[in-house]
Design a binder for this molecule. Structure first.
Ligand code: 5GP
Length: 114
């Protein structure tokens, strides 16, 4: 489990400001400070799970909820095509160890991503 003193834990507590896009009892969505596309939003659970690789069966409903929030964010942002990415582990590029889904769109997105 992640501790609540990660960067995103401090955003959740209000200690660090963010540009909120959506919030509910289980999650928060806010704009990435270093956007990789015209729309780049991060969706995080309020529960501090460090990375997807540490999620367990007890997180099943929460993980499904986060995917639905990602789709809601895409709709709110007016995106028809978009991508969601989860980096799990430092070797995959994860830098903040509080689970987060990237929602990226607003420009053509190549596949494979490179
Ligand atoms: P990761 O590399 O862990 O998958 O993604 C972490 C993301 O957090 C990066 O895209 C990075 O730009 C973003 N980020 C880092 N610090 C801050 C911050 O203080 N505020 C916001 N809104 N995003 C941040």
């Amino acid at each position: 489990m992640a501790s609540s003193d990660t960067l995103f834990g401090r955003i959740l507590s209000g200690e660090i400001p963010c540009q909120e896009v959506y919030a509910d009892d289980l999650s928060l969505a806010f704009r990435d400070v270093n956007p990789q596309a015209p729309v780049h939003v991060l969706v995080i659970p309020r529960e501090p799970i460090a990375q997807l690789g540490e999620a367990t069966a007890e997180h099943q409903a929460l993980l499904g909820h986060l995917l639905l929030v990602a789709a809601k964010v895409a709709r709110l942002e007016g995106l028809e095509s978009w991508r969601t990415v989860i980096n799990s582990g430092a070797g995959a590029g994860q830098t903040v160890f509080h689970l987060h889904l990237h929602v990226i769109g607003g420009r053509p997105l190549a596949w494979p991503p490179g």
